[in-house]
Design a protein around this ligand. Sequence first.
Ligand code: ZN
Ligand code: ZN
Length: 289
Amino acid sequence: MVDNKHVFRSEEVIYKAAGLHYVVPEMREDVAEWNFKGNKNNLVTVEDIKGVVHNHTDWSDGIDSLEDFVMTCKNLKYEYVVISDHSKNAYYAGGLKEDKVQRQLKAIEQLNKKLAPFRIFKSIECDILISGQLDYDSDVLSHFDLVIISIHQLLKMNEDKATTRLIKAIENPYTTILGHMTGRQLLIRPGYPVNFKKVIDACAANNVIMEMNANPYRLDMDWSHIPYALNRGVMISINPDAHSISEIGNIRWGVSAARKGGLTKAMTWNALPLKKIEDWLKQKEFKPG
Ligand SMILES: [Zn+2]
Ligand SMILES: [Zn+2]
């Protein structure tokens, strides 16, 4: 006879009574969750996120000033923020020409002096051109602490073209993070087709992090690709792609999507504390080849 008192005390008990291992709500899709061998307590949580990665300010198409944005992140008790405005090819989004990049870098250095030990990382969301080349020369790219690469234009490609374009950009030694892999916008456009395994393999081979873009209209990479990335040892950064202070909170949608795919705290790049991020960037910098 079923003992109702026990059966309904918690969801865990219901699963147990049915002879199943517990599945966190985000994973309930009847696709991957039954094969999930990890420990649910290791899945990344909103509280694990130590830094706000991939943000736009009014230097390009963001709404808030650099100072207001980073002060908010500091006040929210994050340890670091990554400022990555648009590169020059994204002219429609106020992408930064080379001289403006240099001015922004100086502004960030000034703020860093004032706000230490909080750290602002100098970055850019660098367009991947149709050729797979990045939107700046190496001498400009070398000034950033890290580089996020994304496709924003010429989105009509077949799978071969898109995959080759992405891989060429991933192989650029200045690339740190691959932004929104497929360019999809949920309810708006499907994104270009990619061979996600080949792209993830390239990230693994080049020590490149993949983005879980937390904008609720993107959630790109798709959660269903996370198990393969983890299998290949690729870390994932959960990034709000904030264009205003109010969008920092989008991190939580990215965390939910990432948990659905089984992302652990250990494999979440921006769950690393500041010191570890600095070390990580150093070893990437001195990577042979
Ligand atoms: Zn973007
Ligand atoms: Zn962006």
